[in-house]
Each structure stands twice: as C-alpha cells, then as structure tokens.
Design a protein around this ligand. Structure first.
Ligand code: SF4
Length: 365
C-alpha cells in the first residue's frame, strides 16, 4: 500500500466504480448540449472550453461555436481572428489558439477524424493527459483514467490520499490509483458513464464545501469519516501571483471608431485586438503628437484578475482625427466591426460603457 493512501481506503477501491455509475444515471448531468451525441468534436470542444470555466458560461459559447463551425473541417478552415472573436470573453486565449491549431492537425494528420486513443489524442495541440483521457473514455469507451482538478478532489478525499500533489511522484501515484478504480474490463461499456460521473461528482457534490449527504461515496469516503474534507487535496506549492500596472490608450475618432492593434503572441492577450498599451502614463502621452497631449482624460482604473497575475488597468481617453496613428501597428475600427473581433474582456467592457456594445455573460478574462 502506498504511504500516502489512508489504510482505511484499501478495501473500498473495487466498490467505487459501481456506485459512481449508478449515481450518474439518476443524479448526474445528462442533458448538456455536448452530450447529445458522443461526437469527439463536440466532446473535445466542450472539454477545452470547460477548462477554468463554469458549465453555465460554456453552454452558450458551445452552441455559438457549433453553429458557426459545425465540424472540425469548418473550424480548421476559419481565420484565427474569427475563432478568437467567437472565443472573446471566455478568457485564457491560448486555448482558442490551440483549438485552431488542433483542428488543423486533425485535418492534416488524421484525415478529419479525432484519433481514438488517449495516447494519440495527447499528441495534438492543447490536449493534455486528462482531456485526452476524457475524450477517449467518453467517445471511444477506452479504459483510461481522468484526473482534472475536480476529480483529484473527489479521489483524494474518498481515498484519504494525503500525498503532496506538488510532487510528481505523488501525482503519478494518484493516477495509478485512479486507473485501479476504473470499471473492470468486463464492465468496460460503463466507461463513459463512470467518467462523466466522476466529473459530475466533483462539479456538483464534492465541491470546496462538500455536500456529503448527497454523495454516493459517503459510506466509503475516508475524508467524510474523519470529518476532514478540507484537508484534501494536499498541495503545498502555491502559484506565486504577481501584479502589473498598464496604461491603455483609448483613442476614439470623431466618427466613433476606436484605434485597436493586435497583441503579440505569446504574451498577455496574445492575438487579441486591444487599445495601445504602455508601461506608464508618460510613455502613453509621449506616443501622441504634442497638440493632443493636453486633451487626455483619465477614465476610472480597473483591476483585472488573470490566473497568475493581477492587472491594474488605467484607461486614458483621447479624441483624435483619423490622420493620427496612436501606435505604429493598428487600425481604426468602426463599432459594427467590434463584435467579430477577439477583444480582451476589460476592453469589451469599456466599449460597452460608451456604445452598448454587448458583453457576453460570464466573461471574466
Ligand atoms: Fe466528497 Fe463528501 Fe463524497 Fe467524500 S463523501 S467524496 S468528501 S462529497
């Protein structure tokens, strides 16, 4: 028995899969838009969107994406700007860039069909081991374990697994145990429901504040028995947060157009259209011809939270004739053009304030 596995857990391993499968059938989520067909394109799209994002937000985005890109061929053929435009507001834009690259590789290397094993799926851009396993288990019934953040929480609690997951050896051990918990080979047809069940448990029952009385694993769960749900998962190394102040030149022309330039990738908001950015106000001011420097107007500052960083944003407004270019790269964009552009959430929010330009629900980054 591994050191990090609570002694009490050893006997419960075989019973877990059956309970999860039974529970999922009755109490799990079975009506999500990407569950209607077990189409790998749909499942892949939803899995990527669901990373760091709630189901309630993803629903609308998923439907919009499918309407515009009904299959992987349509997505691969679309311009990247259009993909980023549709993604706008979902945040973590590297996911959208990888989505596009992945679609292109599925077309070029796999004849337009997602490969049917987790091992091959992992070779595609933006698909990590847990996402690959989820697609393979849900669509192809492969007997492979998933281990995303939600599932990690469920399993460490049920098993009383107190190994520090900052250490690779412990993470590997938890994967091994997750594999041991999978439905037996003679019950392999239960793989999709078991996989979905674990995801549903983590998302709806075994949350930060666990509602153990609704959980099918309550009688088996070590953390529940010890009253130590909050102890798991154990991860000592925390991500270090940083902070950055940025000045945004919010330049508007007399006809209402806005000056936007495409951000370099990689980097904050890479590939998205944004106001010109500056490290301080003096640099922003110096970018304008002298005639306009006195006309700058400071808008209220806002804080924008990224995964590892807090951004303190200082928008500065100015009205300019279209003959003035506020930065070397960029162009004037009229209001009807904005919805199709990939815009960072704070820029979208600022534009909404002046024009009623729509911000999508749930937009956070
Ligand atoms: Fe999580 Fe409670 Fe279920 Fe244990 S019993 S898996 S802590 S919800």
């Amino acid at each position: 028995m591994p050191k990090s596995l609570n002694n009490d857990a050893a006997g419960v391993l075989p019973a877990i899969a059956g309970k999860v499968v039974k529970w999922q059938k009755v109490s799990g989520r079975n009506d999500l838009p990407w569950q209607r067909k077990r189409d790998p394109y749909h499942v892949w799209l939803s899995e990527i969107m669901l990373q760091q994002t709630q189901v309630a937000t993803v629903r609308d985005y998923f439907v919009r994406f499918l309407k515009r890109f009904p299959d992987v061929a349509a997505l691969a053929a679309a311009p990247m700007d259009e993909v980023l435009g549709l993604w706008s507001g979902l945040g973590y834009y590297s996911r959208a860039r990888n989505l596009h690259r992945c679609a292109a590789q599925v077309m070029e290397l796999h004849g337009g069909s997602f490969p049917p094993t987790a091992q091959l799926l992992q070779t595609l851009p933006g698909i990590g081991p847990s996402t690959a396993a989820a697609i393979a288990a849900l669509c192809f019934g492969e007997r492979v374990a998933i281990l995303d953040g939600n599932v990690r929480r469920v399993l460490t609690r049920v098993l009383g697994f107190d190994g520090d997951l900052s250490l690779v050896a412990n993470e590997r051990e938890l994967w091994r145990l997750a594999t041991e918990l999978l439905p037996r080979r003679d019950l392999i047809q239960a793989m999709p429901r078991y996989t979905q069940g674990l995801m549903d448990l983590g998302a709806t029952v075994c949350k930060g504040n666990a509602t153990c009385e609704l959980c099918p694993l309550e009688t088996l769960c070590v953390a529940r028995r010890l009253g130590q749900q909050q102890r798991y998962p154990v991860k000592t190394r925390k991500v270090k947060r940083s902070a950055q102040s940025i000045w945004l030149l919010w330049a508007q022309a007399l006809d209402g157009s806005i000056w936007l330039s495409k951000r370099p990738s990689p980097g904050v908001w890479g590939g998205l259209y944004c106001f010109a950015l500056f490290e301080d106000r003096a640099a922003l001011q110096a970018a304008l011809p002298a005639d306009y420097q006195a006309a700058l107007l400071d808008a209220p500052a806002l804080t924008h939270v990224l995964t590892h960083k807090d951004l303190y944003l200082h928008p500065v407004q100015v009205l300019l004739p279209k003959s003035v270019r506020p930065s070397s790269e960029g162009a004037w964009f009229a209001a009807p053009e904005w919805p199709a552009l990939g815009l960072p959430a704070p820029v979208r929010k600022l534009l909404t304030q002046v024009s009623g330009f729509p911000v999508r629900d749930g937009a956070s980054r």
